[in-house]
Design a binder for this molecule. Sequence first.
Ligand code: E4P
Length: 271
Amino acid sequence: MNLDEEEFFKKPEKDTFEQEIGLDVIKDKVDEISKKIDLLEKKLSTEKPEKLEKKKFQIFLDTADVEEIRKAHSWGILDGVTTNPTLVSKTGRSFEECIHEIVSIVDGPISAEVVSTDAEGMIKEARELAKIHENIVVKIPITPDGLKAIKVLSQEGIKTNATLCFSANQAILATKAGATYVSPFIGRLDDIGHEGMQVVREIVQIFRNYDFKTKVIVASIRHPLHVIEAAKCGADMATVPFDVLEKMVKHALTDVGIKRFLEDWAKVPKG
Ligand code: E4P
């Protein structure tokens, strides 16, 4: 063995790893990390439960028809209702009558829309609507006057739903004005050959980037796939017409399955 080999195979006085990195340094680091983990665990256990709560996907019904609302409510899945002047006109009843009855059925956000187009008129109508019930959310179209109205109303603590939203830009302005909700109308965009859901994706991403508090209601829904897409892209809720809700619950295999189970049950000896 020459000198170089002897040097190479010589047992080190201290452990090589300890020598190279320094065991004390590692121990200090481990202690520091454990302390940080302890602090984090303590913080998480004392944090308010609502802060840790997972985001929920809500279902609103898009109608002013109280019979539809009663049916959906009886299924136990209804979180709120959205109306608009067209939906109210389909009922043949007065706006006030509809809204009063709806708030008596559903304990959740109920959107009622203003018909004024100037800020002053919108604010006046909104204040009256808000007096009906604490669950009323005033629907205001996104226009310059609408933004002015949303700003004033949000400062007064009146909840608003920025409606007739067709772009992420409009949604940004609505949240800046202080809207509680914003409603991108995806079906109407699809109708003119634009992918409505893409606008929802953009809004959800932008709101997440900046932790904007405005909730995203996917509106103008035409079919059950819209609801799935809305939930997949992280929107807060979808507002669905009653026929879409019925399609969501229905499945041919469920019906066939029930029929077969009942037929087989009839063959089971009784008593
Ligand atoms: C939403 O709040 C509106 O009432 C609604 O979704 C409009 O849908 P439509 O495009 O089918 O009229």
